[in-house]
Design a protein around this ligand. Structure first.
Ligand SMILES: [Ca+2]
Length: 185
């Protein structure tokens, strides 16, 4: 599990697995450390959507989080993180929106404290694989810290790089269609 602790994937998965077996968890615990609500930005640029993604983490707002993701969203894992996440007996190199929602909802609902710094980086290029020429690829680095419980002295740190592909719809609303974990191992 050690490698898991260095990346966003790991923090999410570790919490998901650890809390699945924690039978004493109280879903109505008022002790979670939640910040005040801030309004999200209009999702009319790729950069605004990534800002909203960070805000969703900070506010544990699963609805805002899902608003940032396209219906055909895919999260691609590092090779060493490949595993059978959906239990069909086949190793998965990525997962889709349903598992992303499950893992993230679990973390938002159960972690004691979540801190995600602003993404670092400004690169934005046109996605050469999109025949419409509209999709953009943004590479960013991030630092996430997750405390599992109030008693957790040290957070589960996740630092790394991610490449996001975003696509606008006909109304000019941007969503993330692909998130590739590019973290150094
Ligand atoms: Ca599978």
């Amino acid at each position: 599990m050690k490698a898991y602790h260095t990346r966003i994937t790991g923090a999410v998965l570790f919490l998901f697995l650890a809390l699945q077996v924690a039978s004493c968890w109280n879903p109505f615990s008022p002790q979670q450390d939640k910040p005040e609500k801030i309004r999200p930005l209009a999702p009319n640029t790729p950069e605004n959507v990534l800002s909203n993604l960070v805000l969703a983490y900070r506010q544990r707002d699963i609805e805002l989080y899902l608003d940032c993701l396209a219906d055909d969203f895919e999260f691609y894992l590092l090779d060493e993180d490949w595993a059978d996440f959906d239990g069909d007996g086949e190793t998965d190199q990525f997962w889709g929106l349903a598992l992303e929602e499950q893992f993230t909802r679990n973390m938002f609902e159960q972690a004691w404290r979540i801190e995600l710094d602003d993404f670092r980086g400004t690169q934005s290029i046109t996605d050469p694989s999109d025949p419409s020429g509209k999709s953009k690829i943004l590479k960013r680095s991030f630092t996430l810290r997750v405390w599992e419980t109030e008693e957790s002295v040290d957070p589960l740190p996740a630092q790394g790089e991610a490449t996001f592909t975003l696509r606008p719809n006909e109304q000019g609303i941007w969503k993330i269609v692909k998130w590739v974990d590019e973290s150094e191992v």
